[in-house]
Design a protein around this ligand. Sequence first.
Ligand code: LIP
Length: 264
Amino acid sequence: MFDPRPLVDIATAIGQEAGALVQRMRASAVVSFDTKSTSTDVVTAADRASEQLVRTRLSELRPGEPVLGEEEGGTVVEGLTWVVDPIDGTVNYLYGIPWYSVSIAAQLDGESVAGAVVEPATGRVWTAARGYGAFLDGSPLRVSATTDLSLSLLGYGFAYRAERRQRQADTWAAMATRVRDMRRAGAASLDLCSVAAGRLDAYAEHALGRWDWAAGGLIASEAGAVVRLPGSSPELGEDATFAAAPGIADAMYSALVESGFGKV
Ligand code: LIP
C-alpha cells in the first residue's frame, strides 16, 4: 500500500532549506521586487531564489518528478507532481510581517497526498500525509468544536485585481454581522493551517493558485475540516477555496452563498 509519509519528510526538509534562504534574503527583499498580474501582485528575488532551490533539491532527491511552482510554472500530470509556493504571503514578507510560508505538496493524479507548510520567521512546520493526520511541529492538530456561526472566526482574502476586490469587500461586509469576527492574514496556506489548529473556525477565498492550497488544504482536511477546493463548489464560485470546522460548515457555506460570495 502507498505510504505518503516519506514524501512529507522530503517536503519538510526542502521547505526548511528554502525557508532559511528566504529569511537570509529578507533584508534585501524590500529593494528588489517586480510586479506580476497587477501593481500590487509582487514577486521578490527571494520568491525566485526559493523556488529555484526547491526545484534543484527535488531534482536531486526525486529525480524526474515534475514540479508546478508559482514563479516558474509547470503542469499537474498523472502520477506524482510536486506543487510549490516558494513564499506564500509575499506581501507580508515584503513588509516584514512574520506571517508567510514556504509551501510544498506532493499530489498524486492532482490530489494532495503529502504536504509541508514551513514558517521561515518562526521555524514552525505544519505537515500532513493523507490518511495519517495533520501536525504542527509533530503535535496532532484538530479543528475547533464550534457549532454556532455567530460565534465563529472567519478568515478571508482578496484577489489582486481591483475590480474584483470591491465585489469581494461587499461580501465580507455582509458576512461581518453573521460571525463573531473576521481576519485577513494574507497567506492562504497559513489560513488553512489555522483552520486545522482551531485558530480560525473557517476560511474562504477566491482566485488562489494550486500552490496556495495544495499543502494547507490537506492539512486542514486531515485535521477534520470540511474542505472544498476550487472547481468543487459552483455555488461559491468556480475558483473558490473553502475550509470550515464541521460544526459550522453547512451554516458558513449557506451564509457565504447568501452574502453573494459566489457572484464576486
Ligand atoms: C497570496 C495568498 C493570499 C491571497 C493573496 C496572495 P502569494 O499568495 O496566500 O491568501 O489573499 O492575494 O495570492 O501571492 O503571497 O503567494
